[in-house]
Design a protein around this ligand. Structure first.
Ligand SMILES: Cc1ncc(COP(=O)(O)O)c(C=O)c1O
Length: 450
């Protein structure tokens, strides 16, 4: 039935989406030439209706760590469907949630003792906010400037990005932010001993900002001294993205709360979870009356759980942690060479396969660059993303609103050959984009398009 439907309506996706879901988004895709008809996906590649292969360095915003349409995760899902498992009894439990929880806890520090499943990253963060408040009896929540934790109201209150916040206020009370990397500012807030939790991404997704040396360790120490829960958001960095199974392992951290999601199901079905320490579990689920203090109808469901178990196994069996570290190091080294070659490349940074290239006005000065930035901050990165896609068939993204930062979150099955292709394409695109006449022309075109 689905095959027939897909065949009968082939090529109608943009019109249909435009009529029924979001015409404005379709206008954006059409304007930038991203309105391809996709027919297949495998590993790190997408294929369009013309039979062209695209290298997917966006990875569904980082949810295809084990590769798109991973056959072993798919087999686990089909098997689960065919078993007709008795999931979601609600007043009763099935086996798969406990098995996945056990697998997660086996891979994390002993401090983390219980799991609450959700169906998305933002719900896992919401759970951290709610349970953190209840467990500590405090209401204040601290997070870091330029953080991103999701788009529901609680997570937004922690993120504070004006592009997502404007028009949706008022946000939740008792949220405050401190500069990322500034332990003294954090201590000033924590000293009041009224902060329930400090929520932080170990590597910030928006901009791919790495923490300064010693910062996260100090943040954990400060949280412990002032009775604040240390919540490390691994929604984007988890499951081998940064070359460790969880990014917090790079700094030997032992958080009290860890929201996870995205790639836990191999990208097949919605899934999320909050890993928590005893202090949180015991502080919230402290009586029969409080045994169902938080939850959601679909979480946990057997399909998500089966996909999670299969994904963790796939990460192990395909050595994807090591691969992410090794290919990530190659990508960083190869692309850092471009910073030597082009003045406009200000920085290249990353950890594992979470990678970014930041652009800035050449130090020798460029009027065209300044005109372009006046049209729209960060425009140059978009002028790299578009030709990478259109000319070189490589899908990437800008790392956040108003940022001149190109970002990649590829499936971890990326090969050295893919890295070669990306470096060659980047070199070509940056060379062309930095020709003065070209920058001026692009700035003019962008100004007209507004
Ligand atoms: C660090 C972080 N936390 C939370 C979220 C929200 O996850 P979701 O989109 O599944 O709600 C994201 C999404 O990009 C994220 O990167």
């Amino acid at each position: 039935m689905i095959r027939e439907l897909l065949e009968a309506h082939a090529g109608e996706e943009y019109d249909l989406y435009s009529r029924t879901i979001n015409p404005q988004f379709m206008r954006v895709l059409r304007t930038i030439g991203f309105d391809r008809t996709w027919v297949r996906a495998q590993g790190q590649y997408l294929y369009d209706a013309d039979g062209e292969r695209f290298l997917d360095l966006l990875g569904g915003f980082g949810m295809f760590n084990v590769g798109r349409n991973n056959e072993r995760v798919r087999a686990a899902l089909i098997e689960t469907l065919e078993l007709e498992t008795p999931g979601s009894v609600q007043l009763g439990v099935s086996l798969l949630p406990g098995l996945l929880a056990e697998e997660l806890l086996r891979r994390t520090p002993a401090r983390l003792s219980h799991v609450l499943f959700t169906s998305s990253g933002t719900e896992a963060v919401e759970a951290a906010l709610k349970l953190g408040r209840a467990a500590t009896g405090r209401s204040r929540v601290l997070s870091a400037d330029s953080g991103f934790h999701g788009l529901t109201l609680g997570s937004l209150s922690a993120s504070g990005d004006p592009h997502f916040v404007d028009r949706f206020g008022p946000l939740l009370p008792d949220f405050a932010r401190v500069p990322f990397g500034d332990a003294e500012a954090l201590e000033r807030e924590l000293r009041r001993e009224d902060v329930a939790l400090f929520l932080i991404e170990p590597v910030q997704g928006k901009g791919v900002n790495l923490p300064p040396d010693g910062y996260l360790e100090r943040a954990q120490e400060l949280c412990r001294s002032y009775g604040t829960l240390f919540a490390v958001d691994e929604v984007q960095t988890g499951f081998a993205r940064t070359g460790k199974l969880f990014a917090f392992e790079h700094w030997g951290l032992e958080p009290d709360l860890v929201p996870v999601a995205k790639s836990l199901s191999g990208g097949y079905v919605p899934v999320g979870g909050l890993l928590m320490a005893d202090r949180v579990y015991d502080g919230v689920f402290d009586s029969l009356e409080h045994s169902v203090s938080h939850g959601s109808t679909f979480a946990p469901n057997d399909l998500a759980m089966a996909a999670g178990i299969a994904t963790l196994r796939e990460l192990d069996e395909q050595d994807l942690v090591e691969r992410s570290a090794a290919i990530g190091a190659t990508l960083l080294e190869r692309t850092r060479a471009l910073a030597e070659e082009f003045e406009v490349v200000r920085d290249v940074r990353g950890l594992g396969l979470m990678w970014a290239m930041e652009f800035a006005e050449p130090e020798s000065g460029s009027l065209a660059w300044r005109v372009m930035e006046r049209v729209q901050t960060g425009l140059f990165a978009q002028l790299v993303v578009v030709p990478l896609f259109v000319r070189h068939r490589i899908l990437t993204q800008v790392a956040g609103h108003d940022l001149a930062v190109l970002k990649a979150l590829p499936p971890l099955v990326l090969t050295e050959e893919d890295v070669d292709d990306f470096v060659t394409a980047l070199e070509d695109v940056i060379r062309k984009a930095t020709r003065p006449a070209r920058v001026a022309g692009l700035a003019l075109r962008a100004a007209r398009a507004r």
